[in-house]
Design a protein around this ligand. Structure first.
Ligand SMILES: [Zn+2]
Length: 238
């Protein structure tokens, strides 16, 4: 691993699953995709929010409260250790909306799908740290408008900071995907982009994913085991 300097790491649901955080399940055979027994069309789309804002706010209030009771696992800890020790470029691009990377101590984290612990004011466009409820329409801390929504990217909305992600992929000589299904674009396309730009590509996943064949190398197993051993290997070779 000594040949690498600039690393981009994509993390997904598989990293947080062992901390007890459920994410949505993709539907199969015409069945709807579900997130905690809710159809994702109802709770994770702008149309669902327009239809029933109260349901959506209550759903995210529950998710926001739940993640605050969870703890980082050895996969988060190992990535934070790598972040602290790595002298080259490193960016942890996460699809997860929890704060477990940060609570483990990681600093170079980009939340491409937003964060449960922020509220976005659609009146003034300011994003504020948020830990409580949004269901009772509290005023925005910046402009006082009662126009706060979860700062989470819904299906049909553009993920955050794509320019910064692609800039990092262009510099990367190692791209690592951890605990992602390879089913949700644009993240599912990062491996192709990284490969075309000359990076080595590695997948750490519980089982083979839809995109496994796109990687130079796949290592299978729970993230709490595969990630710490990979980090040890990278740091030993650095
Ligand atoms: Zn505002």
């Amino acid at each position: 691993m000594g040949q690498y300097r600039n690393i981009v790491i994509l993390t997904g649901a598989g990293v947080s699953a062992e901390s007890g955080i459920d994410t949505f399940r993709a539907g199969t055979d015409g069945q709807p995709s579900l997130w905690e027994q809710h159809d994702v069309e109802d709770v994770a789309t702008p149309e669902g929010f327009a239809r029933d804002p109260e349901l959506v706010q209550r759903f995210y209030d529950m998710r926001r409260a739940a993640i605050q009771t969870k703890l980082p696992n050895p996969a988060h800890d190992a990535l934070a250790r790598l972040d602290a020790a790595w002298g080259g470029d490193l960016l942890i691009v996460t699809q997860n909306v929890d704060d477990l990377h940060e609570r483990a101590g990681a600093r170079r984290v980009l939340h491409m799908h937003g964060e449960h612990l922020k509220a976005w004011c659609t009146a003034c466009d300011v994003r504020s740290p948020w830990r409580g409820s949004l269901a009772d329409y509290p005023p925005c801390p910046a402009c006082q408008a009662r126009s706060l929504r979860p700062d989470v990217v819904w299906f049909g909305e553009m993920p955050y900071e794509m320019n910064r992600i692609y800039a990092a992929l262009r510099r990367a000589d190692l791209f690592v995907s951890i605990g992602t299904s390879g089913a949700v674009y644009p993240a599912a396309g990062f491996v192709r982009d990284a490969r075309e730009l000359g990076a080595h590509t590695l997948e750490l996943n519980l089982e083979r994913s839809q995109g496994s064949h796109l990687f130079h190398e796949s290592r299978l197993g729970p993230a709490s085991q595969t990630v710490p051993s990979w980090v040890d290997e990278v740091l030993a070779g650095a």
